[in-house]
Write a protein that binds this ligand. Structure first.
Ligand SMILES: *[C@@H]1O[C@H](CO)[C@@H](O)[C@H](O)[C@H]1NC(C)=O
Ligand SMILES: *[C@@H]1O[C@H](CO)[C@@H](O)[C@H](O)[C@H]1NC(C)=O
Ligand SMILES: *[C@@H]1O[C@H](CO)[C@@H](O)[C@H](O)[C@H]1NC(C)=O
Ligand SMILES: *[C@@H]1O[C@H](CO)[C@@H](O)[C@H](O)[C@H]1NC(C)=O
Ligand SMILES: *[C@@H]1O[C@H](CO)[C@@H](O)[C@H](O)[C@H]1NC(C)=O
Ligand SMILES: *[C@@H]1O[C@H](CO)[C@@H](O)[C@H](O)[C@H]1NC(C)=O
Length: 444
C-alpha cells in the first residue's frame, strides 16, 4: 500500500496545477517539499548540539518523483514481462521471454492475470532446442521468444520473435533462419503476414530486439540488433519482404564497454553467470530501443549500454546496400547524427504525434522525452516504483485520452545480471501516464 499513496497525491496535485508545464523545475505534480517533509517524513536526528533551531530547518531534498499522474495498469504475478502494445479499444498485448514459460505473447484477462494470445497453439512450437544442431533453436511459424509487440496505426498487432529461446535459465540458443520473424495479426487474432530473414541479415547470434513500422508507401520496418556481436539496424521492406542491414558496428549502435550505470543510487557492475564469472562493465548491450519520428523521416536509437543518443534519416536506411547502390552503406554511416548524452541509458523508446521521443531512463526511475524542437531531453515522469522502464507504447483510446504505457521489470536485478541470484520481487508492473498529443499513426 505504501506505493499507492503517492499516486493518489499526484492525482490531486496534477489536476490542480495542470500537468504539462515542463521543462520547469520542479515539474507539475511534484509533491510540495515543505508539506511532505514536515507532515510525511519523520524528523531527522538533530541532537548533535540539541539545538531546537535545527528541528525547524527545511533541508532541500529529492522527493524521487515528478510529472503527471502515474497509474498502475497491471501487476504481473506470473511471467516476467518485456514488451507492451496497446490498441485503440484498450486491448493490451504483452510479451514474456522464455524459457520454460508456456507462452510468450499474451493479452490481459484482468488487472492481475494474462493468457496466451492469439491462442496457445501459436505459442507452442514443436521444440525449442534443435535436435540435429546442438546449441541452435528451430525454424517454425510458431512463436519462440517474442521480445516486442507493437500495435500499428491500423490497430494491427505485430510480434517480433527473436527465434532465440533461453533454455535452462541462462543459455540462449542460437537461431536458424525461420526462427526469427515478424508476425502480423489482426486484432481478432487472424494472422495476415509473416516475414523471416536470411542468415546474413539476422545472424545466428543476432538478437533482434524491437520494431517500429512506417506504413506510408510500400511500408518499412526498422529493427535494432542488440547482440553485442552484431550491433546494427535491420530494415524490412513490408511490400517485398526483402531485408538488409545498416550501421553494422557503428558507434551509434555499439555498447560503451566502460559503461557503469547507476540504478536506485547503486553503481551497477555485471556479475554474469557464464564464463568468465568476473565482475564486468554493463557494456554488453547494443542498440536496443527505437522510435520512428511521426513523419517517418528519422529513427532515434541508443545502445542500452551507453548514455549517448542518436538518430538517422530513414531515407539512407531505405536504400539496400549492394551492387546497384555500392555506397549506400557508407552514406548511411555518415548520415548518423549524434544528439549528445540523454542523461541515462535507455531501454524502450516511443514517439507521439507531436514529435516527442519518449525514452525509459532506468538510471533515474523515470521516463524522459527528447524535444526535437529544442534538442533537449525534458523530464516527463519519475517515481521510485519505476524500476527499469523496459518498453514503451503510446496509445490513443477510443474511450478518450492518450497515454504512454510502459512495463517495469527490474531487469538489472535478475539472475543473469546478479551472478545467478534473483533479486527481483513480484509483481512486475505496467504503468501508464497521460500525454498531451496522440499516437503517431505512421500512415499515409
Ligand atoms: C516552503 O517553506 C518556506 C518557508 O516557510 C516558504 O518560503 C516556501 O514558499 C515554501 N515552499 C513552498 C513550495 O510552499
Ligand atoms: C522455470 O524453471 C525454473 C527452474 O526450474 C523455475 O524456477 C521456474 O519457476 C520455472 N518457470 C516457470 C514459468 O514455470
Ligand atoms: C536444425 O538446424 C538445421 C541446421 O541449421 C536446420 O537445417 C534445421 O531445419 C533445424 N531443425 C528444425 C527443426 O528447425
Ligand atoms: C537443459 O538441462 C537439462 C538437465 O540438465 C539437460 O538434459 C538438457 O540437455 C538441457 N537443455 C539444453 C538445450 O541445453
Ligand atoms: C479478422 O479481421 C480481419 C480484418 O478486419 C477480417 O478480414 C477477418 O475476416 C476477421 N476474421 C475473423 C475470423 O473474424
Ligand atoms: C558468483 O557466484 C559464485 C558461485 O556462487 C561465487 O563463487 C562467486 O564468488 C560469485 N562472484 C561474485 C563476484 O560475487
Amino acid at each position: 500500500m505504501a506505493l499507492l499513496l503517492p499516486f493518489i497525491l499526484w492525482a490531486v496535485a496534477a489536476a490542480a496545477q495542470g500537468v504539462f508545464d515542463f521543462p520547469e523545475y520542479p515539474p507539475a505534480g511534484t509533491p510540495d517539499p515543505n508539506s511532505t517533509l514536515a507532515n510525511g517524513a519523520a524528523p531527522y536526528p538533530y541532537n548533535v548540539y540539541e539545538d531546537p533551531g535545527l528541528a525547524q530547518a527545511r533541508i532541500h531534498y529529492d522527493t524521487g518523483s515528478y510529472g503527471p499522474t502515474l497509474e498502475l495498469v497491471h501487476a504481473y504475478y506470473n511471467y516476467w514481462p518485456t514488451g507492451v502494445g496497446v490498441a485503440s479499444d484498450g486491448s493490451i498485448f504483452t510479451t514474456f521471454s522464455r524459457g520454460n514459460e508456456s507462452y510468450t505473447l499474451a493479452t490481459f484477462t484482468s488487472t492481475t492475470t494474462e493468457e496466451a494470445w492469439p491462442n496457445q497453439e501459436w505459442n507452442t512450437p514443436a521444440a525449442f532446442a534443435n535436435e540435429s544442431n546442438p546449441g541452435y533453436s528451430i525454424a517454425t511459424d510458431k512463436l519462440l521468444l517474442v521480445q516486442a509487440v507493437v500495435v500499428d496505426g491500423l490497430d494491427r498487432v505485430w510480434a517480433l520473435d527473436t527465434g532465440r529461446p533461453e533454455v535452462n535459465g541462462s543459455y540462449l540458443l542460437a537461431q536458424v533462419p525461420g526462427g526469427p520473424k515478424i508476425v502480423g495479426f489482426y486484432l481478432n487474432g487472424t494472422n495476415f503476414a509473416t516475414y523471416t530473414f536470411p542468415a546474413n541479415v539476422v545472424y545466428a547470434d543476432s538478437s533482434i530486439n524491437d520494431i517500429r513500422l512506417d506504413l506510408r508507401g510500400e511500408g518499412y520496418a526498422y529493427i535494432p540488433d542488440s547482440s553485442p556481436n552484431r550491433p546494427g539496424i535491420i530494415v524490412l521492406n513490408l511490400a517485398t519482404g526483402e531485408s538488409w542491414r545498416h550501421l553494422d558496428g557503428h558507434p551509434s549502435v555499439t555498447p560503451d564497454n566502460g559503461f557503469v550505470p547507476v540504478y536506485d543510487g547503486v553503481p551497477f557492475y555485471l556479475y554474469p553467470v557464464t564464463s568468465p564469472y568476473a565482475v564486468n562493465n554493463f557494456g554488453l548491450y547494443a542498440a536496443d530501443g527505437i522510435a520512428l519520428s511521426p513523419d517517418g523521416e528519422y529513427i532515434y536509437f541508443a545502445p542500452l549500454a551507453s548514455r549517448q543518443f542518436w538518430r538517422i534519416p530513414t531515407s539512407y536506411l531505405k536504400v539496400k546496400p549492394g551492387p546497384d547502390y555500392p555506397s549506400a552503406y557508407m552514406l548511411a554511416k555518415r548520415a548518423v547524427e549524434h544528439l549528445g548524452e540523454s542523461g541515462s541509458n535507455a531501454d524502450g523508446m516511443e514517439t507521439d504525434s507531436s514529435g516527442y521521443i519518449y525514452a525509459g531512463a532506468p538510471e533515474h526511475n523515470a521516463v524522459t522525452r527528447y524535444n526535437p524542437a529544442t534538442g533537449l531531453v525534458e523530464p516527463f515522469v519519475r517515481d521510485p516504483a519505476i524500476q527499469w522502464p523496459d518498453t514503451l507504447a503510446v496509445a490513443t483510446l477510443q474511450s478518450g485520452g492518450s497515454y504512454v504505457y510502459f512495463t517495469c521489470n527490474q531487469l538489472w536485478l535478475g539472475p543473469n545480471y546478479q551472478n545467478g541470484t534473483d533479486l527481483r520481487t513480484k509483481p512486475w508492473a505496467m504503468f501508464r501516464a497521460p500525454i498531451e498529443a496522440q499516437k503517431a499513426t505512421q500512415l499515409d
